[in-house]
Write a protein that binds this ligand. Structure first.
Ligand code: LLP
Length: 426
């Protein structure tokens, strides 16, 4: 037995997750199949909690909004960053307390604001327009909405441009120069209690200096807002800590993230004589490496490349297609075997971009082999679709040698879903 990456082990040439043989999982539940190691979710969450002992950790539900995973995190005391009424609904159902939920989003519907007010969760307000809508909704409901403003601190997170969210050109947040005015406006509005401040600069961040830069800028704003006489109960610094997708890649840890933020945060709040709660919103770090996607080899073809056609497509894991991201591939039933050939692993979708792994050195592959795509826990299933008439696959949770289905596979009936025919087409 040896460890291949983090919690993943190899026994008798087979890949093992959470004490369970992945080839057995493929047999028992079929493929494609998402498999999550519950203990690893808890380990990752605990690492964040240890690094930020006085902060509240609001798990970013968008990374993986599966009910059972939210439940595991709720039991660990996690809060949640939610970005839609759907995420809010499932987070509450999973037992995350409403006091530990922040409703984020740059384009919320009136219905979503209404629900946030009704359910009493904090709202991160993204524009003047939204502030006024929320004020009216809260006033009509006879309630007061606890709010933060999402600030755009204009910091480059040095990551993929599609997931940089705190640049001045991005669609998110209130420009720094308008922040003081909007807080003073908010403090006059009915139904609104400005009590926090929020930013999130991007995702898969591998250099911690942008976190420090964002903390500097946020604490300058905190000082100004406090100067207006506003009592800031929380400062939410978002998240974005990257994880190592490539084997052996060195990436910052939650402790490095803490070192980039905490000394400055503590020094500045102390100097101001305030003690707001620090909130972090990690998603990828908590779930990214906990999960693999198992997929079976349908067919082999030597053409422009040595193609391996598998039964999962980018409808199940879109990250490589969308961000050119790397996911390590392991032949799960030959996990200890020597690499012998160079392969390109592709899905069955009708697009050239449907490639999971390019030019990888792997043991000799044949039809029926099981490939595991690693680190598929964040923005994997949560970004899946039914494109090309492909029902979504099942999800299984493993722990200490046992496995449970946490989401059944869809079938063609689910493709029909809520579709209907107008009477004239009957
Ligand atoms: N807070 C807010 C407001 C966010 O928008 C996000 C992610 C997070 C927290 C969590 O960030 P994390 O710790 O996971 O980096 N689909 C892309 C990533 C999109 C991230 C969107 N926002 C990917 O697959 O790389």
């Amino acid at each position: 037995m040896f460890t291949i990456k983090n919690h993943l082990e190899v026994r008798n040439d087979h890949l093992i997750i959470g004490g369970v043989d992945t080839t057995e999982l493929a047999k028992q539940y079929g493929t494609p199949l998402y498999v999550t190691n519950e203990s690893r979710v808890i380990e990752n969450f605990s690492a964040y909690r240890k690094a930020f002992p006085d902060a509240d950790i609001y798990y970013a539900a968008k990374a993986n909004g599966s009910f059972a995973i939210l439940r595991v995190l709720a039991k660990q005391g996690a809060g949640a960053d939610v970005f839609s009424y759907g995420e809010l609904y499932i987070a509450l159902l999973a037992g995350i307390p409403r006091e530990k939920i922040l409703f984020n989003g740059n384009s919320k519907t009136d219905f979503e604001l209404q629900k946030a007010v009704e359910l009493g969760v904090k709202v991160s307000v993204d524009s003047h327009d939204e502030l006024h809508t929320l004020s009216k909704i809260a006033e009509n409901a006879g309630k007061t909405a606890q709010i933060a403003f999402r600030v755009n601190p204009d910091v480059s997170p040095k990551t993929h441009p599609k997931i940089a969210t705190g640049l001045s050109s991005s669609k998110f947040g209130i420009p720094s120069g308008e922040v003081v005015d909007i807080y003073s406006e908010a403090s006059q509005l009915p139904g609104i209690s400005p009590c926090g401040i929020h930013c999130h600069i991007g995702s898969q961040i591998l250099d911690t200096s942008p976190f420090t830069e964002a903390t500097h800028k946020m604490m300058d704003l905190v000082e100004k807002v406090v100067g207006l006489g506003i009592d800031l109960e929380f400062v939410d610094m978002g998240s974005g800590l990257g994880i190592p997708y490539k084997k052996g890649e060195k990436t910052p840890t939650p402790r490095d993230h803490a070192n980039a933020i905490l000394p400055l945060f503590n020094e500045r709040t102390e100097a101001l004589g305030i003690s707001p709660k620090l909130i972090l919103e990690p998603g990828r770090y908590i779930v990214g490496d906990t999960t693999i996607l198992l997929t079976r080899v349908n067919t082999m073809k030597k053409a422009a490349k040595n193609f391996v056609g598998v039964d999962a497509g980018f409808n199940l894991l879109i990250r490589p297609t969308m961000y050119d991201s790397y996911h390590h591939a392991v032949v799960a039933n030959k996990a200890a075997s020597k690499p012998e050939e160079t392969y390109t692993i592709v899905g069955p979708i009708c697009e050239t971009g449907d490639i999971f792994a390019k030019d990888r050195e792997l043991p000799r592959i044949e039809k029926g082999d099981i490939i595991a795509l690693l680190d598929a826990g964040a923005y994997g299933f949560s970004m899946s679709s039914q494109y090309n008439g492909r029902p979504r696959c099942a999800e299984v949770l493993v722990k200490d040698g046992d496995s449970d289905v946490i989401r059944s596979a869809e079938d063609v009936g689910d493709l029909m879903g809520k579709q209907k025919l107008p009477a004239r087409l009957m």
